[in-house]
Design a protein around this ligand. Structure first.
Ligand code: SF4
Length: 476
């Protein structure tokens, strides 16, 4: 039994059942101070009391002892990889870390404090600097609608545990009754600071090299490795993901007008799709359509419509663009596409686990570079290319995004983000071709380029890591 896990389990489940420490203490025959000590890991309950707690929480004793928290409450697991469900999330844009995760965290916090009459949220780091353009203010005001609510943008505090940090406070009659520090760690995932527990690991192997070696030994394709680790049910989830991606492409292609936010950016997917150039070659047509699909999803995202994080909202257009094109023009079935999504998810998961998919942590290379690697690997899977070729394509796709900065104009996920999705989709196609032509000549491994991306991101000046203080964001 880990004391830190059981303390978190008691805290989380008590909060879930909306019990005070005194109420829980009364139920198991101890004082509120004893409960407080358990929750702070200063002591732990006896086995008899653990049995009573498990009964009250309606969870197994094993779960109480070893932890099995809701996904949002898990810390990143560096000793294994989480489910693809944690990577592909469906929700409203425009930013997985600045709107999707803060909104969910705020709603959970509000629901955990039904007696509160007012709330306050303080945003720090990138959340404070980009919060307005990325619609963090909009989603938080919506989450606390009907309550007195104060939102503070603290752009100065430097000593924060993650570039996307926010503090939530609940008050009753002017007195603070609860507070929580939330870290929005990328891709729509958030963590509660101070509540570390081991996340559930579905994938024991965490590098491409290890996974490829396992698959070679056992004659598995990567999608079969995903099935082996997660069970067949993951394909049902991936079907939902694919349906959501198709819906965002198709809705985006029909949508016209300007994007919200004040930059007056015109939506372009409709025109790209419907206006072929004169004497269009097959190659130009492919470029135009793939770009139209990428614009469609990215414009839906910028309009706060529903998209799939692949791996983030800002980079959500790349993967659906290449897959939609393959389905429409080459006739791949939904089943083929879902297997390709599994492979892309595995590649994204390796990046998320060993580096980062967060623009605030590592710049746009972590978002668009990762999306490009995922898209390239999915195309290789559709073409039944070898493991070596899949690795090569994913590596090329990331390598040529190294150093890519995050500098969105007016903090909106529009310029350069939308075009960048289209360019990355085309680059994924090129990376796949190159991996096929040059198969067997690769010098750089995918794992090495992922590590390089992370180190490059950590060395990148903060102005280029989703703060809106450098590049196009400053000069426009
Ligand atoms: S520049 Fe890249 S990382 Fe930054 S918001 Fe746009 S898509 Fe995301």
């Amino acid at each position: 039994m880990s004391e830190s896990i059981i303390s978190q389990m008691i805290y989380e489940n008590r909060r879930r059942l909306k019990l005070s420490q005194k109420e829980l203490g009364d139920m198991v025959g101890v004082s509120n101070r004893a409960v407080s000590k358990w929750e702070k890991s200063l002591s732990h309950p006896s086995t008899d009391i653990c049995l009573k707690l498990a009964e009250i929480f309606k969870i197994s004793l094993d779960t109480l002892m070893n932890g099995e928290l809701e996904p949002e409450r898990r810390w990143l697991n560096k000793s294994g990889m989480e489910s693809l469900r944690e990577l592909y999330r469906m929700g409203r844009g425009p930013s997985s870390s600045h709107s999707m995760a803060p909104e969910r965290a705020a709603i959970l916090f509000r629901e955990a404090n039904p007696s509160a009459d007012s709330f306050k949220v303080i945003l720090y780091g990138s959340l404070a600097k980009m919060g307005k353009g990325h619609r963090c203010d909009y989603v938080l005001n919506r989450a606390f609608r009907g309550h007195k609510f104060e939102l503070v943008f603290d752009r100065d505090t430097k000593n924060i545990p993650h570039p996307n940090t926010m503090d939530c406070f609940a008050y009753k009659n002017g007195k603070e009754i609860d507070r929580e520090r939330i870290l929005s760690v990328g891709g729509g995932k958030f963590l509660v600071d101070g509540h570390r527990t081991k996340p559930k690991s579905y994938y024991p192997l965490t590098t491409f090299t290890e996974i490829a070696a396992y698959c070679r030994r056992n004659k598995l394709r990567l999608w079969q490795y995903v099935e082996m680790c997660e069970g067949k049910e993951i394909f049902e989830y991936l079907k939902e993901v694919w349906d959501c991606m198709k819906e965002s492409v198709e809705s985006g292609l029909k949508s016209t007008g300007t994007l919200p936010g004040g930059l007056d950016v015109q939506k372009k997917a409709y025109f790209l799709y419907n206006r072929p150039s004169k004497n269009e070659t097959a190659e130009t047509r492919e470029n135009r359509l793939v770009c139209a699909y990428a614009f469609a999803v990215s414009e839906q995202n910028a309009s706060s419509e529903t998209v799939v994080t692949a791996p983030t909202c800002g980079s959500a257009g790349v993967l659906p663009a290449v897959l939609y094109y393959q389905k429409e023009q080459r006739g791949y079935s939904d089943d083929d596409i879902i297997k390709a999504l599994a492979v892309a998810g595995l590649v994204g998961n390796i990046i998320k686990t060993n580096a980062s998919i967060s623009g605030a942590e590592c710049g746009c290379q972590a978002e668009i570079g990762s999306a490009c690697s995922m898209a390239a690997s999915s195309l290789c899977e559709l073409a039944k290319m070898s493991l070596e070729q899949i690795e090569y394509a994913a590596e090329i796709a990331m390598e040529h995004h190294l150093g890519l900065t995050c500098d969105p104009v007016k903090s909106l996920v529009q310029i350069p983000c939308i075009e960048r999705n289209a360019v990355a989709a085309m680059r994924a196609i090129n990376a796949t071709s190159l991996a096929g032509f040059l198969s067997g000549t690769r010098k750089i491994s995918f794992d090495l380029v992922v590590k390089t991306m992370y180190e490059t991101g950590r060395d990148m000046h903060k102005n280029y890591r989703e703060t809106g203080e450098g590049g196009l964001a400053r000069l426009y």
